[in-house]
Design a protein around this ligand. Structure first.
Ligand SMILES: Cc1ncc(COP(=O)(O)O)c(C=O)c1O
Length: 234
């Protein structure tokens, strides 16, 4: 039985994998398949960790660290973690950092923050947009409108509104003093590479000034940068 067949037998059927198995690794963008073929990996991990295979700097950093200790609980303070947080804060322009293990956990953390802030300010509605993708946990799915991901998992979080992306009129007529937070990707990825239009972003921040809600950027681009300091970035 091939490794692919073994994986098909043993893993939960959540999504289809490529019928390519890797044992030896690769170099740069090239991966060596167990079938002997060289594959150019245009996917990365997915669209993250794009440091290339066999990256010597990464390898030496990991080796150096592993020789000291592998894992510490968050009860202890440790240099690499603090350094990474400082670097992220410096490069993002934000004051503080919260580490999660995945994108969807970042969204869950943001939902909790927004709910808590909203509850103490009398604001209860969270807004998500059509075509968005925030992850596969229940909070993220609640913000999304796509049947493909949501079907069968109802009920979702209450007080969530789905609005059409880039629709200025819908934004104006739906966002108000009850809005606690608006979640958006400034460039939708899974939704089909749709950028938030400048007029849409301008309206969002105009309404934010008027009603005081939080804006959560699920990955920030140059338009999002303009709003530096006004958004929670996940
Ligand atoms: C914009 C965006 N948000 C959230 C996620 C979820 O990230 P994860 O799969 O790490 O939970 C993704 C994953 O592709 C994403 O593209």
């Amino acid at each position: 039985m091939t490794l692919y067949e073994r994986s098909e037998r043993v893993f939960f059927e959540t999504y289809r994998r490529l019928p390519v198995s890797i044992t030896t690794g690769g170099k740069g963008a090239i991966l060596i398949g167990d079938d002997g073929a060289e594959y150019i990996d245009l996917i990365g991990g997915i669209a993250v960790n794009s440091v290339g295979y066999g990256n010597q700097r990464v390898l030496s950093a990991i080796t150096e660290q592993i020789n000291k200790y592998l894992h510490l609980s968050n009860l202890f303070v440790q240099e690499p973690q603090v350094q990474l947080a400082e670097d992220l804060a410096t490069h993002s322009g934000y004051d503080r950092v919260f580490f999660t293990n995945s994108g969807t956990e970042a969204i869950e953390a943001a939902i909790k923050l927004c709910r808590k802030w909203g509850n103490s300010n009398g604001k209860h509605t969270l807004v998500g947009f059509s075509g968005s993708f925030h992850g596969r946990t229940m909070g993220s799915l609640s913000l999304m409108d796509r049947e493909k991901y949501r079907k069968g998992y109802e009920p979702f979080l209450p007080d969530v509104l789905h609005l059409p992306f880039n629709d200025v009129a819908a934004l104006r007529s739906s966002v108000d003093q009850n809005t606690a937070a608006v979640f958006l990707e400034f460039i939708q990825g899974e939704g089909g590479i749709n950028s938030a239009e400048q007029s849409f972003v301008d309206t969002l921040f105009e309404l934010r000034e008027k009603y005081s809600f939080l804006v959560v950027a699920d990955e920030r681009d140059s338009i999002g940068n303009r709003a530096n300091g006004q958004v929670l970035c996940v």
